[in-house]
Design a protein around this ligand. Sequence first.
Ligand code: HEM
Ligand SMILES: *[C@@H]1O[C@H](CO)[C@@H](O)[C@H](O)[C@H]1NC(C)=O
Ligand SMILES: *[C@@H]1O[C@H](CO)[C@@H](O)[C@H](O)[C@H]1NC(C)=O
Ligand SMILES: *[C@@H]1O[C@H](CO)[C@@H](O)[C@H](O)[C@H]1NC(C)=O
Length: 320
Amino acid sequence: MVSLGIFSLISTLFLVLAVPTTAASSKLSANYYDQVCPKALPAIKRAVEAAVSKERRMGASLLRLHFHDCFVNGCDASILLDSTSAFDSEKKAGPNNNSARGFEVIDRIKLEVDKVCGRPVVSCADILAVAARDSVVVLGGPTWAVQLGRRDSTTASKTTANKDIPKPFMNISDLIKSFKKHGLDERDLVALSGGHTIGFAQCFAFRDRIYNETNIDPKFAQKRRVACPRTGGNSNLAALDPTNANFDAKYFSKLLKKRGLLHSDQELFNGGSTDSLVKAYSSDVKAFWADFAKSMVKMGNIKPLTGKQGQVRLNCRKAN
Ligand code: HEM
Ligand SMILES: *[C@@H]1O[C@H](CO)[C@@H](O)[C@H](O)[C@H]1NC(C)=O
Ligand SMILES: *[C@@H]1O[C@H](CO)[C@@H](O)[C@H](O)[C@H]1NC(C)=O
Ligand SMILES: *[C@@H]1O[C@H](CO)[C@@H](O)[C@H](O)[C@H]1NC(C)=O
């Protein structure tokens, strides 16, 4: 008893002394801004709510921005940087050009957060992570504690954005590979693809699927062809899910009926190893939500800059 007590006292002391020196500088934490600016998170929430009440789709666009940030050299707000003489903006990469949106909303949030904090202490990378969570909540989805303390990059890579953001034309094995490259497994792939329960896609992203593929409900294909002709109309929009302003499980139940809009969506339910999970989520929104929240935290942990790495940008569009 006594020796056990001493032992645990010693190991507790050891932990207390040993852990923070590394953890404080390299790990994210949910209470990162509690002392330095307790008004930061409520300010982000207010701004996201205002933007989404103006346009429901903005919630989807903000969620996607965080994803496209994290998949390119980690969650470091590199996607927000405009081009300079030193690098091309990730905004110009194939998956983002004329597609990624919400940059003005992020600018507004940054302005308001810096105002309530009285100084620029909240990074653009953290704003993206919190705005993504708040968007999901406003659209009726789950909530989670966002891990914070990311810092902002001083550079961006259009080349890496073209390489590392998955394409809608990918098959299941390439999708799994793409996620694995970022430390995310098949469960993360399926849960996070559930992000397509909100928002829109442009005709060019699903044309081949609705005209050429066979694992698609013919009535659904027919309906989608109306606003997506064989030629032209590249930027015409279709909802990714029939209830695309609500964070529900319909995305998954539609996959069971071969009504996935993107090729990559239907790949998740096409006779492979991820079928069973799609089925499970389709009838259990709580299971989907729980896994989505968990996977968002995991995605938000991809290679963050912390401690003295990077910087807290004054303007999300350019390095200080
Ligand atoms: C699994 C691989 C993925 C692929 C291939 C993919 C591809 C796409 C494509 C092609 C679009 C339509 C873009 C356009 O037409 O302009 C889109 C939209 C969207 N994606 Fe994904 N995506 C993937 C994963 C994710 C993940 C992990 C999330 C978030 C957790 C996400 C969230 C969204 C949202 C919310 C939209 C709608 C955006 C809006 O309406 O502005 N996607 N995605
Ligand atoms: C991005 O889209 C614009 C407008 O459609 C186009 O002119 C430009 O060439 C595209 N940029 C790249 C890098 O593909
Ligand atoms: C998936 O696509 C890649 C690249 O297009 C191809 O090399 C691979 O053989 C495909 N895998 C399957 C299982 O179809
Ligand atoms: C359908 O597939 C054919 C043959 O691969 C291709 O030439 C055509 O461009 C595709 N059509 C669409 C609308 O993508």
